[in-house]
Each structure stands twice: as structure tokens, then as C-alpha cells.
Design a protein around this ligand. Structure first.
Ligand code: ADP
Ligand code: MG
Length: 336
């Protein structure tokens, strides 16, 4: 007879980790989102060996109280929602209370944090039952992840070469940095600075990440219809690329891959684009959080719109209009 048994907590987290912790870049994404949710204004990221050996994120956000520190890496523990109503209007990047627990199940993590007003910081090593110890930190939180998949060798086999994993990590930083120009980011890899993004406005941040020529030949998109707003930059068709690697779409500040948006954008460019070229854009859709479900997949890059037809039409018209408007790109109009 088959025996049904309750799985131990660590094993549950290790199976669940498959959905959240696909590779170093997904760890990085989760940790960056936590820094943003904590209200950070500057985030320092240090990676070693493509993020497999080390991912360290230091932020200057609100910090975590000593009493709360041990809860942070436990499963389904979050400070961000408390009820179903909260879930339906969630404004933070995180809310599932799963990321730190999943990461802790497949790597070694250490949390060091100093809550505002605390006389000093506290440090918690990831081992089960560990107690916080006093530590030195001026403010904010440092999360350190070491040796990804050290205890799950089957997973480790799926990791790609260091350069590939690092490229995914750098992309994760860019996606978040584009949506948060007011936050400074520094990314180092194996001790060398790879990306340095000072606080900026949205245009300068886009130029820093996508290049000045992207900005020089692009149209500003700014449209509103009822509760829907679309803003950002759409490069003119002449600047379409051979690869779809400069297509950034955000829904309420979250980078998403969405069929409805992708289709609307393809249509908006259709008449103007030749051959199999990919338009470049960085667009931010804002709508009532209750009109979009972000809780489709643990990684939250998928969304479901309540009224996808209305979204499609709105985005199509906004971008099509911006692209067909006469006169030069952004550089001509605005002061940088
Ligand atoms: P979630 O982000 O879904 O709440 P996480 O597992 O990512 O779940 O984090 C659990 C909790 O730990 C968060 O709700 C937050 O209270 C706290 N936390 C994690 N990272 C930070 C950070 N960098 N600064 C402040 N608090 C943090
Ligand atoms: Mg989180």
C-alpha cells in the first residue's frame, strides 16, 4: 500500500524553490525586490562566479527588527500582506513570503540588518535554530547568499557557464533599475565594477542602460484613459534590432512578459517595421491593482488582466499615436 506522508519543511522549501530559484539571476531578482520594498535609495550588488558562489545585496532600506529577523527566512512569512483584501491591492513587489525561505533551502544565506532606531545591527546565519548575534552595519540590510545548490547537486547541473549566469544577473539588475531610476545601483562581478547607475530621472536612467542612441531616436509615450496610464519610451522603427533584447514592459512597476502587451506592441509597430526586426521600447503601464492578477506564478513575471481587450486597445493606440506623431525624437524636445 502506498504511504502518504507529510513532507518535512526543508524538503517542501526545496521543491518549492524550483519555481522561485531557477538560477542566480532569480535569487538576485528576489533580493533586489526586497530592497525596493524596504524603501532603499541605494543598492550595492556584489557577485562572484556568475552569482553561483556569492550574491551579496546591501541596501539602505528600513531594516528588520532583531525580533523579526528569524522569521524572515521562514516559509510564508511576510510583512507585506495580512489578508485577502491586501493581496487584491498589493503594491509591493513581494507578498508571498517565499523567496528567502526558498533561497535558504538551496543555498547558505546570512541576514544582517539594522532597523531604524536600533542601537546596532543583528546578524542571523541561515542554519536552522541559529540566533541573531550583534553585528556592525550603519543602516539597512545586507543579504548574503553563498554556494547556490550546494545541497541539491541535480540542480547545480543545470547551471550554465559563469558568463551566461552573470549576463542573466546583469539583465535582472537592468530590468529593475529601469523601473526605479530614483534608486542608485552598483553591480560588481568578481571584484570588478560592471554597472554603476547613479540616481537619475527616467530618461537618463534609460539612456544609461539602453544607450544614448536609443534615446535620441525615440518617442515619448504618455497616454491616459480612465484608470489606465502608459508612459515611457518607444524607439522609432528605424532603430529596431535584430534581437528582441530591448523590449521592456512593466505593469505597476513590475517587469512582465505578457502576450497581450507584446501583441499590442507588435501591432502598433506593424505598418512601420520591415522584415523580422524587433522594436525597442521601455514602457510602463499603470492600472488599478485590482484589475490585474500578479499572483499567477511565483516568479511574478506573468500577469493576468481582468479586461485584456481594453488593455490591448489602449496600449496599441497610445504607442501607435506616439510613433506616428511628426517631428524629432526625445533629444530634440527635452532638456536632459
Ligand atoms: P516577501 O518579499 O514576499 O514578503 P521574502 O521571503 O522575500 O518575502 O521576505 C520575507 C520578509 O523579510 C519580507 O516580508 C520583509 O519583511 C523581510 N525582508 C526581506 N528582505 C528585506 C530587506 N532587504 N529589508 C527589509 N526587510 C526585508
Ligand atoms: Mg520578497
Amino acid at each position: 500500500m502506498p504511504v502518504i506522508r507529510q513532507l518535512p519543511d526543508l524538503l517542501i522549501s526545496q521543491t518549492a524553490a524550483g519555481e522561485v530559484v531557477e538560477r542566480p539571476a532569480s535569487v538576485l531578482k528576489e533580493l533586489l525586490e526586497n530592497a525596493i520594498d524596504a524603501g532603499a535609495t541605494a543598492v550595492q550588488i556584489a557577485l562572484e562566479e556568475g552569482g553561483v558562489k556569492l550574491i551579496r545585496i546591501a541596501d539602505d532600506g528600513c531594516g528588520i527588527d532583531r525580533d523579526q529577523l528569524a522569521l524572515a527566512p521562514t516559509r510564508h512569512a511576510t510583512s507585506k500582506i495580512a489578508s485577502l483584501e491586501d493581496l487584491e491591492r498589493v503594491a509591493t513587489m513581494g507578498f508571498r513570503g517565499e523567496a528567502l525561505a526558498s533561497i535558504a533551502a538551496v543555498a547558505r544565506i546570512t541576514l544582517t540588518s539594522r532597523a531604524a532606531g536600533a542601537p546596532h545591527a543583528w546578524r542571523l546565519a541561515g542554519e536552522p535554530g541559529a540566533a541573531p548575534e550583534p553585528a556592525a552595519l550603519i543602516a539597512g540590510t545586507v543579504v548574503e547568499m553563498r554556494d547556490l545548490y550546494y545541497n541539491t547537486p541535480a540542480r547545480r547541473k543545470f547551471l550554465k557557464a559563469e558568463g551566461t549566469e552573470f549576463a542573466h544577473c546583469a539583465e535582472a539588475v537592468k530590468r529593475i533599475a529601469l523601473a526605479h531610476p530614483g534608486i542608485a545601483f552598483t553591480l560588481t562581478h568578481n571584484g570588478r565594477v560592471s554597472l554603476q547607475l547613479p540616481r537619475a530621472d527616467a530618461r537618463r536612467r534609460a539612456a544609461a542602460i539602453l544607450g544614448d542612441d536609443f534615446l535620441a531616436d525615440a518617442r515619448e509615450v504618455a497616454a491616459a484613459a480612465g484608470p489606465l496610464r502608459l508612459s515611457g519610451i518607444a524607439a522609432l522603427p528605424a532603430h529596431a534590432r535584430a534581437r528582441g533584447d530591448a523590449q521592456y514592459c512593466y505593469v505597476n512597476g513590475r517587469f512582465v512578459r505578457d502576450k497581450v502587451l507584446a501583441h499590442a506592441l507588435r501591432e502598433a509597430y506593424q505598418d512601420m517595421l520591415h522584415g523580422s526586426r524587433y522594436p525597442a521600447y521601455c514602457l510602463f503601464l499603470e492600472l488599478d491593482p485590482a484589475a490585474v492578477d500578479v499572483n499567477v506564478h511565483p516568479a511574478k513575471t506573468e500577469v493576468r488582466f481582468r479586461d485584456s481587450r481594453a488593455i490591448h486597445q489602449f496600449v496599441y493606440h497610445a504607442v501607435n499615436k506616439a510613433l506616428s506623431a511628426p517631428l524629432g525624437g526625445l533629444a530634440a524636445g527635452a532638456e536632459s
